[in-house]
Design a protein around this ligand. Structure first.
Ligand code: SF4
Length: 79
């Protein structure tokens, strides 16, 4: 399991999450930030500081946010 960054990040990219992540697994992409699912330790620190409430635990994602799981995986596969 991992935390996932969803639609509100697109165009916002506030970036507070990057500063608080203890394992430095949040990387800036072209349109949004992404969490590396292989490195995230599910501490929840990023969720607490996100000003647009874009970050969710994978199990808590709404159905419409599910594509962001795959989008993040794809981002790190291509990185
Ligand atoms: Fe980093 Fe913790 Fe957020 Fe995972 S849940 S991305 S480890 S701050």
């Amino acid at each position: 399991m991992t935390h996932v960054i969803t639609a509100p990040c697109i165009g916002e990219k506030a970036g507070e999450c990057v500063d608080v992540c203890p394992v430095d697994c949040i990387i800036e992409g072209e349109d949004q930030f992404f969490i590396d699912p292989d490195l995230c330790i599910d501490c929840g620190a990023c969720t607490a500081v996100c000003p647009v409430d874009a970050i969710f635990y994978e199990d808590d994602l709404l159905p419409e946010d599910q594509p962001f799981v795959e989008k993040a995986k794809q981002f790190f596969m291509e990185a």
